[in-house]
Design a protein around this ligand. Structure first.
Ligand code: NAY
Length: 291
């Protein structure tokens, strides 16, 4: 896992006007992001609208992206579901398809006790040979530091996607668990702080829309140019906060379309800019923001 680093979009899944998975748009988005030099892909996560898709659709997305990437950059697949059975099925399919790593949210909704969550990850890692990235995200219930330490003991768990506001723990994971335990910072608004606290990479939804800004942050942190990193983060955050109040997923997809990669639409209940006038108004507001 340690060789998968850098700026990794949590890839969007394009749907067409009728909410069907749009394979052609998916392939075009992958090519667009490869041309913009992203370091890898994280598929069928929250940004990929995974919980709005059937298992068959999730598998299809993985097949299409792996085929289009054709080994040029590493691919990780999020295979999490509430039930162990389904997650194992998705994990084994992802391995067969040729992904490089797996990731999963903990089982959610019933607030499972620690030993059941640990059992979930142990069952998953036993089911394939791929490294597992556990996912610390408020949406699925955050792990405490002690739980992260326990998860890191499971054979096959080699990293964490850390999407929590308590970012000081990134430093603590490296210091107290292991320098080798790979950390991906998951809050795009804090990409700079995640990387400067020792994260090996950043995985997030905005890297679909504006990868260059974050590639710039990656490089500025590597060369210890904090002023530059901060300026880039400020620009990125203005766009993130703009999008957050206007339906972030739809803004990312339309924003990609304006740059030549039509990322299609979202599945309901996410909102969309289907109406060309509404989209034009959004575009105009965005132009004002950039001034
Ligand atoms: C995934 O699984 O799709 C992600 O990596 C999602 C990461 C995003 N966090 C959440 C909670 O959705 O990219 C972030 C997030 O959209 C961004 O920081 C803006 O808040």
């Amino acid at each position: 896992l340690s060789d998968i680093t850098g700026v990794i979009p949590a890839l969007i899944t394009p749907f067409d006007e009728n909410e069907a998975f749009d394979e052609k748009r998916m392939r075009a988005c992958v090519r667009f992001l490869l041309a913009r030099k992203v370091d890898g892909f994280y598929l069928t996560g929250s940004t990929g609208e995974t919980f709005l898709m059937s298992p068959e659709e999730r598998k299809r997305v993985v097949e299409v992206v792996v085929d289009e990437v054709a080994g040029r950059v590493p691919v990780m697949a999020h295979i999490g579901a509430i039930g162990t059975h389904l997650s194992i099925d998705l994990a084994q399919h992802a391995q067969k398809t040729g992904v490089d790593a797996l990731s999963s949210v903990p089982p959610f909704y019933w607030s499972f006790p620690q030993h059941e969550v640990l059992g979930y990850y142990a069952d998953l890692t036993a089911s394939t040979d791929l490294p597992m990235i556990v996912y610390n995200v408020p949406l699925a219930g955050l792990f405490g530091f002690d739980m992260i330490a326990k998860l890191a003991q499971i054979k096959g768990v080699e990293g964490i996607k850390y999407t929590a506001p308590t970012q000081f723990e990134i430093m603590r994971i490296k210091a107290e668990i292991s320098k080798e335990f790979v950390v991906y910072s998951g809050a795009d608004e804090m990409a700079m702080s995640g990387l400067s606290f020792g994260a090996d990479g950043i995985i997030g939804s905005l890297y679909n829309l504006m990868p260059e800004l974050f590639i710039g942050i990656r490089d500025a942190i590597a060369t210890k140019d904090l002023g530059k990193a901060q300026a880039l983060q400020e620009t990125a955050n203005a766009i993130i906060f703009f999008g957050a109040s206007r339906g972030l997923m739809a803004v990312i997809k339309r924003g990609m379309a304006w740059q030549g990669a039509d990322a299609g639409y979202c599945r309901r209940p996410f909102s969309n800019y289907y109406d060309p006038e509404a989209e034009e108004a959004l575009k105009n507001e965005f132009r004002l923001l950039k001034k």
